[in-house]
Design a protein around this ligand. Structure first.
Ligand code: ASP
Length: 342
């Protein structure tokens, strides 16, 4: 039987760092000799190939154009590999994972993002385990078909749905969670997959999209927020859509001036999506009086979308050049497991 093939796409981040033996300064790992850092790679029975971004970047420098580039690398090499591992800084990994889930329509193979809190070349690194298990998951099959057929994040013994993840800790190895979706797999002595949580395999070809439109804004509510500040944010002439981060189950102030600022934006065709500031749970517009006005002015309920998924989904749909109504319709239901079916 031939060995499974996995493509490693290195974008940057801490996981790709090693300390220079002489000076101790951190520098990018030489991908062509990754096995010098992680000799276990040679004994996995998996054929690995690597491709790297020209210049590795800290994930804080990620841009929608990078997401499109990663998606197109996967698209170009799709038929040649059983799975893909994207090495990425953890800071914006949840955004990239969400974006890739939308850009790779009809994905039927694993795309596993991973990274680390400590550089690969340090004694206590979490990068080694993350890397090895992510590769194993990307190569995993059942009855000849990929075990995972979606974009996922693997970090510290857990596999999460990519477009459901949020980074929850800046120091702990357990840096991610998916508050509104079960863990897809847990790695212990065995890797145990939760079949009910995984996306069903999709039939049909992969369609790689190549456009994201970043004409979006995020308005995060807080008690005392000024209507003028909201109005100023919405006045951006190139703005097409906004994510409104609300309280609890989708609530906000009933202040007339604040609501009028939103109404004016709606009249100008700005799509507004309501997501909760809570770490988990969902928006239910109209449950309280404090969210009734949102529904009435056509603010879309983002249900249990993460902010990361809401932003990238808006960029993706705007990139398709959809009109306001179609945008609202597509934002209201799931495209690839990112939100509940309302
Ligand atoms: N700042 C780094 C990044 O996101 C942190 C990490 O690699 O996890 O690129």
């Amino acid at each position: 039987m031939s060995r499974p093939k996995v493509l490693l796409i290195y974008t940057g981040g801490t996981i790709g760092m090693v300390a220079d033996a002489r000076t101790g300064a951190l520098q990018a790992v030489n991908l062509d000799h990754l096995e010098e850092q992680v000799p276990e790679l040679l004994h996995m029975g998996i054929a690995l190939e690597t491709v790297a971004f020209g210049t590795p970047i800290d994930s804080s420098d990620m841009h929608p154009e990078h997401w499109v580039r990663i998606a197109s690398i996967i698209g170009e090499r799709y038929a040649d590999f059983d799975g893909f591992v994207v090495l990425h800084g953890s800071d914006t990994m949840a955004y990239t994972a969400s974006a890739l889930s939308f850009l790779l329509e009809g994905l039927a193979k694993p795309v596993v993002l991973t990274g680390s809190q400590l550089p690969l070349g340090t004694i206590r690194t979490d990068g080694k385990e993350n890397l090895l298990t992510a590769i194993e998951i990307a190569a995993a099959k059942e009855d000849g078909a990929p075990m995972v057929a979606e974009v996922a994040v693997y970090f510290e013994y857990s596999l999460y749905r990519g477009n459901r993840t949020v980074k929850v800790h800046s120091e702990r190895f357990e840096a991610f969670r998916s508050p509104n979706w079960p863990v897809l797999a847990e790695a212990g002595t065995h890797i145990r997959y939760d079949r009910a949580a995984l996306l069903p395999r999709r039939a049909g070809p992969l369609k790689v999209h190549g456009r994201m439109d970043n004409s979006v804004a995020v308005i995060s509510l807080f008690p005392g927020i000024r209507a003028g500040a909201v109005r100023a944010q919405l006045a951006d002439p190139s703005l097409k859509a906004a994510v409104l981060q609300t309280f609890g189950s989708g609530n906000g102030p009933m202040d007339a001036d604040f609501l009028e600022a939103l109404r004016e934006a709606r009249k100008r065709g700005i799509v507004i999506v309501n997501v909760t500031q809570c770490a988990g749970g969902r928006v239910e517009q109209g449950r309280y009086k404090t969210s009734e006005a949102f529904g009435a002015m056509g603010v879309v309920s983002g249900q249990d979308l993460t902010t990361e998924a809401a932003i990238t989904k808006l960029m993706f749909l705007l990139g398709q050049g959809l009109g306001q109504e179609e945008m609202a319709r597509r934002m209201s239901g799931p495209l690839c497991g990112e939100m509940v079916q309302p």
